[in-house]
Structure formats: C-alpha cells, structure tokens
Design a protein around this ligand. Structure first.
Ligand SMILES: [Fe+2]
Ligand SMILES: [Fe+2]
Length: 136
C-alpha cells in the first residue's frame, strides 16, 4: 500500500501571525510523526494521537483568542469548525478503543486532510481579513 504523504508547511499558507504559524508547523510535525507511527505499526499510535488532540485543543484556543482580539467577524463560524473537528476525532477514538482497528487509518487520513485543508483554506480567510485591516 502506498505510504501516506507527510504534511508540509510553506510560506504560502502563512497567516502572518508568527505565533499561529509556529503552532501550525508544530501541528504538521506531530501529524507526520503520527503517520510514521501508524506506518511502522508502532504502539505509539494512540499516544501520538493523544498528543495531537491536546496540542490541537491548545492551538484552537489560542487561534480563537487572536481572532477575537482582531474582531474577526468569522469567529463564531470558525470556532464551530474547530469544535466539530474535535468531536469527530473523539468519535473515531471511541470506535478505535472499542476494537474497530480499521478506524485507525480512516482517522489518520481524516486528521491529516482536515488539518491541511483547514489551515490552508479557512485559517487563510483570517489572514486575508488581517491583511485588509492593516491596509486601511
Ligand atoms: Fe489553525
Ligand atoms: Fe482554525
């Protein structure tokens, strides 16, 4: 089976807030470690998912604070997306712990695709808002 490609952060998805960019890079790094743990069939898989969920929760909170301070009008909708993601991962973890081991790959692919799409698409709406605001 072909390997799951790693996530790669690049300047084109910078939100132009250094602390948030640093968190996105770290999220991608943990996700890549999770892919490696999964592919190695290592017992670290659940541990690394725990680390990823914990760091994602911190990141969502910090990002929402930055958005709130910037009076971003999309904050409520954005927060709802964050909450939906956490709920979905918790559902996967529940299924996985109940013995549905095939949930592992599905969960991993969902996590990785969601994190990349959210960061490079929805988080960028905030970056565009900031850019417009500073141009005023
Ligand atoms: Fe983000
Ligand atoms: Fe976000």
């Amino acid at each position: 089976m072909a390997g799951i490609p790693h996530l790669q952060w690049s300047n084109s998805i910078s939100v132009r807030v250094d602390s948030i960019d640093a968190q996105h890079k770290k999220l991608f790094e943990i996700t890549n470690r999770l892919i490696d743990a999964f592919e190695a069939g290592s017992g670290d898989f659940l541990e690394v998912i725990g680390e990823l969920v914990e760091y994602t929760t911190i990141h969502f909170h910090d990002e929402q604070m930055v958005m709130m301070n910037a009076k971003f009008p999309g904050l409520a909708a954005h927060t709802a997306e964050h909450d939906k993601f956490i709920a979905k991962v918790e559902d996967f973890l529940q299924a996985y712990s109940e013995g549905h081991k095939d949930a592992g790959r599905t969960m991993l692919v969902f996590l990785k695709d969601w994190l990349f799409a959210h960061t490079s698409d929805l988080d960028m709406e905030f970056a565009q808002y900031l850019a417009k605001k500073s141009a005023k």
